[in-house]
Design a protein around this ligand. Structure first.
Ligand code: NAD
Length: 250
């Protein structure tokens, strides 16, 4: 029996890394998936990789009119949503003394405002309970130099899950945050502002802080998100589900 048979799932940031691996897994588990991301080309490549039962819609989660467009497509195509994986995130590294207003605004626009309205605007399409999973990060509980704005934004995500668990309980919608440790995705090399050598160094540095001694794989996050999305986690809501090789647990 597939875990997500005929469920309708929306995944933001679904064209790459964690979101893409999760979209692939959801489809393997029987779901119909709508993925969003900012770039058409990446979305097309993602759709080819996923192969079937996937719809793509380009959009920037920090732009409310883009979110309206995404959900209009979901409504037309499927009529409702069962699972929302609010995963799109941005995370350039900037020490306090060097951070700019643009850095701060971009981090909060995507990770906090974007995620807030991603969930708010999806709500009318949840008609029969459901599961919402918010991508936070181990940085929501760890002090990581250079990541203060990012960490604060991910702590906001964790707290959204707490409040929304209570706000949505009567609609039988479960809300959990999911906190990855360092994962082998393009993010470290492409969005943090590090050179490839610096990214390698940072990856090795992270690995040394992880009890399991290595970074995680996107598929390992996808497995955890599939559990939170499925009825197997029917009594789990409001938690922060860490998938971090033990990094923030010891
Ligand atoms: P990634 O760069 O591979 O993917 C990020 C995705 O988010 C891409 O599809 C990108 O298009 C999308 N995105 C970024 N800004 C967007 C915006 N404004 N509007 C719409 N889409 C946007 O990175 P990833 O590592 O897969 O990251 C996924 C999530 O996991 C992020 O929220 C990130 O903060 C979080 N995370 C990642 C790690 C890690 O080590 N990779 C660790 C903890 C948390």
């Amino acid at each position: 029996m597939k875990k997500l048979e005929n469920k309708v799932a929306v995944i933001t940031g679904g064209s790459s890394g964690i979101g893409l691996a999760t979209a692939k897994r959801f489809v393997e588990e029987g779901a119909h998936v709508v993925i969003t991301g900012r770039r058409e080309k990446e979305l097309k490549e993602a759709a080819a990789f996923i192969e079937r039962n996937v719809t793509t819609v380009a959009g920037d989660v920090s732009r409310l009119e883009d979110l309206d467009r995404v959900y209009a497509v979901v409504k037309e195509k499927h009529g409702h949503i069962d699972i929302l994986f609010a995963n799109a995130g941005a995370g350039t590294i900037a020490p306090l003394a060097a951070a700019t207003e643009a850095h701060f605004d971009q981090t909060f626009d995507v990770n906090v405002k974007g995620l807030f309205f991603t969930v708010q605007k999806a709500l009318p399409l949840f008609s029969n309970g459901g599961s919402i999973i918010l991508t936070s990060s181990v940085s929501n509980v760890l002090g990581l130099p250079g990541f203060s704005a990012y960490a604060a934004s991910k702590a906001a995500v964790r707290n959204f899950a707490r409040a929304w668990t209570l706000e949505l309980k009567d609609r039988k919608i479960r809300v959990n945050s999911m906190s990855p440790g360092p994962i082998e995705t393009p993010a470290l090399a492409t969005t943090t502002g590090l050179t490839p050598e610096q990214a390698e160094q940072a990856a090795a540095q992270f690995a040394s802080q992880i009890p399991m001694g290595r970074r995680g794989k996107p598929e390992e996050i996808a497995a955890a998100v599939t559990f939170l999305a499925s009825d197997e986690s029917s009594y789990i809501t409001g938690v922060d589900f860490a998938v971090d090789g033990g990094m923030a647990q010891v």
